[in-house]
Design a binder for this molecule. Structure first.
Ligand SMILES: Nc1nc2c(ncn2[C@@H]2O[C@H](COP(=O)(O)OP(=O)(O)O)[C@@H](O)[C@H]2O)c(=O)[nH]1
Ligand SMILES: [Mg+2]
Length: 222
């Protein structure tokens, strides 16, 4: 007897075994999914409990791109519209088993005097510079020099982020370090230079990943 689609469909729809099999399969599927989610939550909680914590401080003049950098470090997605940071903000991200507590403090003239309240316990200083804002390199240098002279940052590694590399006329990281008076081969402090762009629509994700990798080298999990 020739099988028509209609009879085949009816067979499937009215066959109790089909429904039973579907019921069992969907129950098993849901149970597996719930078990998987519970396992993931337990794993995440365990990681959070066990993760060593590191305190990272992100400073730099206003508009340099600190918040943008953090957004990209946090999500890897393109940054959404940002408000200038008034005061400070802190995010915590997992970097291969190490919890990075990253503090950003606003960089406008009136709030820079508060930077020193955030130095204690800092294990890495990231100083972000707008690479086309040549007029303010001198101010950036003054601020960074003050920071590096502080005993609380003695020996703390420094990352100079030469941001806005997507802009025409952006100075290279090495030129910026020179303008800031930073010597890449200081022997009492490790210095890293990262060249990034972190604008809303595009970011140098490879460089941002390099920054995260560098932190993994500084603080290996075990
Ligand atoms: N063209 C360009 N603009 C950027 C870049 N990074 C940040 N911006 C923009 O610069 C402005 C200030 O950035 P923001 O992250 O708030 O700077 P912050 O004050 O240092 O936190 C914002 O309008 C950002 O969209 C970049 O790499 N290139
Ligand atoms: Mg900001």
């Amino acid at each position: 007897m020739a099988l028509s689609w209609e009879t085949l469909a009816k067979d499937i729809v009215f066959n109790k075994k089909t429904w039973l099999a579907l019921g069992v399969a969907s129950f098993a599927g849901s149970a597996l999914y719930v078990a998987y989610r519970l396992h993931e939550i337990a794993k995440r909680q365990r990681m959070l409990r066990e993760a060593p914590e590191k305190r990272v401080l992100v400073l730099g003049l206003d508009g340099a791109g600190k918040s943008s950098l953090l957004q990209h470090m946090n999500s890897g997605d393109s940054a959404s519209a940002l408000q200038p940071t008034n005061g400070f903000s802190v995010i915590s991200i997992q970097n291969e088993g190490v919890a990075l507590n990253i503090w950003e403090v606003g960089g406008a003239e009136g709030v820079r005097s508060y930077w020193e309240n955030f130095l204690q316990g800092t294990e890495l200083l990231i100083f972000v510079v707008d690479s086309i804002d040549e007029d303010r390199f001198t101010v950036a240098k003054e601020e960074l020099t003050k920071l590096l002279a502080d005993q609380r940052l003695k020996g703390v590694p420094l990352v100079v982020v030469a941001n806005k590399q997507d802009q025409a006329g952006a100075k290279q990281g090495s030129e910026i370090c020179k303008a800031l008076g930073v010597e890449p081969d200081w022997n009492d402090r490790d210095v890293y230079i990262i060249e990034t762009h972190t604008s809303e629509n595009s970011a140098s994700l490879e460089e941002i990943e390099r920054l995260k990798n560098m932190m993994r080298t500084l603080w290996p999990k075990d």
